[in-house]
Design a protein around this ligand. Sequence first.
Ligand code: RUQ
Ligand code: CUA
Length: 634
Amino acid sequence: MSDNKNNDLIEQSNQDTLPNEERRKFFGKTAAIGLGAAVAPMSAAMFASMAQAKAAEAANSPFVHPGDLDEYYGFWSGGHSGEVRIMGLPSMRELMRIPVFNIDSATGWGLTNESKRVKGDSADVLAGDSHHPHMSMTDGRYNGKYVFINDKANSRVARIRCNVMKTDKMLTVPNVQAIHGLRVQKAPETKYVICNGEFEIPMDNNGKSTLEDVSTYRSLFNIIDAEKMEVAFQVMVDGNLDNTDADYDGKYFASTCYNSEMGMTLGEMITAERDHVVVFNLARCEAALKAGEFKTYNGNDVPVLDGRKGSELTRYIPVPKSPHGLNTSSDGKYFVANGKLSPTVSVIAINKLDDLFSDKIKPRDTIVAEPELGLGPLHTAFDNRGNAYTTLFLDSQIAKWNVEDAIKAYNGEKVNYIRQKLDVHYQPGHNHTSQGETRDADGKWLVSLCKFSKDRFLPVGPLRPENDQLIDISGDEMKLVHDGPTFAEPHDCIIVHRSKVKPQKLWTRDDPIFAETLAMAKKDGVDVMTQNKVIRDGNKVRVYMTSVAPNFGLTEFKVKLGDEVTMVVTNLDMVEDVTHGFCMTNHGVQMEIGPQATASITFIANKPGVQWYYCNWFCHALHMEMRGRMLVEA
Ligand code: RUQ
Ligand code: CUA
């Protein structure tokens, strides 16, 4: 991006007063969007970030010209909004929202029959707390297939299928409470999703335990089959599991544990000087599973292995108390446990774990560095040049440090491992580098997910946005180049090169998301691609209807008061981006029907008289006219 172009932009953002014709000339191909006004504020925002970047002489520019595409997809957790968001990087434009644990009135997620089937046994749970989105991998590299995300609030794990960017599986994990840290097996491929049950609960949590006797309280590590989305097995541990990550060889998983005291109150939880990182030996766990060395609890058949201290399945590495983030370095050499209450991080050499498991060395011998970084280290990200970037929650900084130098310092050499500390705004939790949790770490961008924005944006009432800051890490110095306000609460994110992700532009008719709906149509003898039909089955009515902009296949139908009505709408349009909606007025019924998709929604016709239904996704110049009547006969 040349300075000239940048100046053009300043001019552009001042062109609001120009007649449309003139403005179109300015915007060139972006005029196709048709609404210059929608573009102007964006270019103003971009200009602001560009100016900052220029001031900082950034090597990378976060500026992406209107109409140009970003280089990376970002997958952002939506925190306690329960969703996942797709961002474009480096522009930091929000591209899409994927409803997961929340309900969404635009797409009908949580309302449609298809989404309820995906949600399964938690179809009636309408809230969630998503933390950690992570993509499936092959040989330590993103493979673009799935993004997995946890729901801490309701102990669930969901999977987003990246060819359509929709949630396609969801599972409530039994025997645990509060699924927190979540990552994937990196190699040879993501056979397993790994996640931590954080809160300790009685192993048989059936109401027969007491609040006083906590001897049966445990926290479990969960290994989930990524394809089937079923729990393969669980491992019982000592302490509360917090965050987790995997190695690049498919051998070990590691989790931070706080509260090794098994305290029930804050005071009790932080008495011990040390907690631990627990390392899981996958081969030994699978062998124990095969040998039947497990128990079951709570009347379900999920196998629970015993990985408590002394077990051959695990090793416990003492680290300063209450560690939080656990991150594998992108060169595959180290697990880094972040101190939180301690100003240090603990660097564990993965190539020493074989010796640890064969008892040739002691747990603390695996620690090869414990650099002191600052106050409140929470999470660490990596570039491809041997540097690590750790968020300091209390100091509101990112500490950039060199891993090999930290190891030298630990061995007594006089080296300064800290490369730079950069102020961020404010109180960062997670951070993430471009492709930094994979072998393809490229050391270009770092995002700092700041929990507070304080004075960085216009005031919007007592509840303020958080601040996702984009930092250029391509040079020797970290440079802040963009402030991105976000709504509650992107805990964590990943940054994936766009070459890894290949979403479809239309639905394919054999997509499993609506397979069951099509099976129902088949039973009713209806070809949803060609027929519009009302089928009565007792007091259940199924209305099959096509949609082609700007028409629904039926402009009217009749039902009786109290009928249970299922609308099955098929979008016959083959045109990219022509999504229709279906909304039945006054019934809380609305949904998206993407091009070539079938979607269905069920409601009780409990209001006599005429009800209009209409298309609520703008699809055509005659979109307003795309409607019809339902008569509810009393
Ligand atoms: S945790 S702020 Cu839910 Cu990822 Cu660390
Ligand atoms: Cu179809 Cu709007």
